[in-house]
Design a protein around this ligand. Sequence first.
Ligand code: CO
Ligand code: CO
Length: 345
Amino acid sequence: MSGVHLLRHARFSGCGAKLAPGLLERALCGLEQPAFPELLVGFGTRDDAGVWRLDDETALVQTVDFFPPIVDDPFTFGRIAAANALSDVYAMGGRPLTALAVACFPDEALDVGVLREMLRGGLAALAEAEAALVGGHSIRDETVKLGFAVTGLVHPKRFLRNDAARPGDALILTKALGTGILNVAMREGAAPAAAVAAAVASMTTLNRAAAGIAVDLGASACTDVTGFGLLGHAAEMVAQAPVGLRIDFARLPLLPQALDLARAGHVPGGTGRNRDFRRALVRGHDDLPPHVSDILFDPQTSGGLLFAVPPARVEEAVRRLRAEGLPAAGIGEVTTDAGRITVTP
Ligand code: CO
Ligand code: CO
């Protein structure tokens, strides 16, 4: 990373992306800030977290995420919210240190004990991550929302970017897809109990072990699969790098019932927005069955890591991830078909 910056100011880009689901990205477009040589990863590459170099050995990783409840149980929701927020630090190959809680809560309508349970869940996930809750901010709001701003550390030369995959690398996905579909089905009372339990277990699982294995095996690129769905986040891996991806649908780990529930129409609103934004990058998208596309663009909460490793390490990666109890699989490869994603059935 060169420390030389010819421009004294950096302009936020992404103006052409009228369909971009990120409101912040659209609002920032065209605005400027000073160029900081210490800023190793900023807004421009749509990466998981910002990276700020402190010295030759250390860089800060910072991220924030919050959202309304996706499950009824406040403790479980808090755990999921924290696991999800921590995930962006893990996706950079980082080690989380501290967290700030961000909470919106209607204290006239709900007992503050509900918020307490949510935070107790958050603390459980943070304790598992060995990260400390150091403060936070709450506002009275009609809709409950909870999340965390997380700060971690990485080595300034050895963190995992989303835009550095190498052609020939194999792609690994560490968690099953379908949490968005399961969440909708859960709300509509259509999800079988076993499928709900599998989705909750997946969303409360930290990406800590997966990140350790990705770093250990020399991953060239990594991201976590969250709100934009598998193909949305895969698109970010090919949008700023001269590579493409091939993904084998048949090898994707899926949550139980996810395909059937998608076929039955339990599909979140975000799926269509994700598809509109990125379908042009997907070769032959319109030939895919609708329920397949619904899985590929399903917005994930606290989803798994998607990372690229040299092909010789795939077997070891999958074996070690499965030993951690993760339904990981090799799901395809990095190609030279720049900027394109091909899905094979
Ligand atoms: Co992310
Ligand atoms: Co995020």
